[in-house]
Write a protein that binds this ligand. Structure first.
Ligand code: ZN
Length: 191
């Protein structure tokens, strides 16, 4: 049998826990939402300890994502890639900060509970975002859980900034680490 389609979903609880009617002004509020998603994802046992959200120029949610690797047996289903794919589907823009005519429509922001792994780093280069907001660092992920973040360019922040993506780190880092720690203490990569 030849598979010819893919189908990825977020857990149904996102509809009860994500308020799409409000704005999330400021970097801290955006990352706080991403971390809350990561916490809810392990609490509900619907994936790994990672959450992300894409915001438009008015600080409103375009899409959210959580890790869905084990529920979907899909190594691509990380929080950041889920958020990008859902945002691109909703806006019908393969580069989120550009219309199909090439007109700028940003800034678009991705907030993520942990530093993007090498896969999500690559996805970030092409997703069309202007700002990347990060909670925990890669070394936090690797010390508190069994996840491997993979290889990144030595100057990974500089490579993003040269492509117009401003990076802000260590937002609510302690809160992000608390979720990673809780997951690690459960026995590692169960979801
Ligand atoms: Zn990733």
């Amino acid at each position: 049998m030849l598979y010819a389609q893919i189908h990825l979903t977020l857990p149904v609880w996102v509809h009860d826990h994500v308020d799409t009617t409000r704005a999330y002004p400021g970097d801290e509020a955006k990352v706080a939402l991403a971390i809350e998603l990561s916490r809810l994802n392990i609490q509900a046992a619907t994936g790994g300890p990672f959450g992300a959200a894409v915001f438009d120029a008015h600080d409103r949610i375009i899409a959210v994502g959580v890790n869905r690797v084990l529920p979907h047996t899909c190594s691509l289903a990380h929080a950041e890639t889920m958020a990008y794919m859902l945002a691109q589907g909703r806006t019908q823009r393969p580069r989120l900060n550009q219309t199909l005519d090439g007109a700028a429509c940003g800034p678009v922001t991705l907030a993520t509970s942990s530093q993007p792994c090498c896969q999500c780093y690559g996805a970030t280069v092409w997703a069309g975002i202007d700002r990347l907001l990060i909670g925990a660092r890669a070394e936090d992920v690797e010390s508190l859980t069994e996840f491997d973040e993979g290889p990144l360019p030595a100057d990974w922040i500089g490579e993003l900034e040269r492509r117009g993506i401003r990076v802000v780190r260590d937002l609510h880092r302690d809160a992000a680490c608390a979720v990673l720690r809780a997951y690690g203490e459960q026995g590692g990569a169960k979801y």
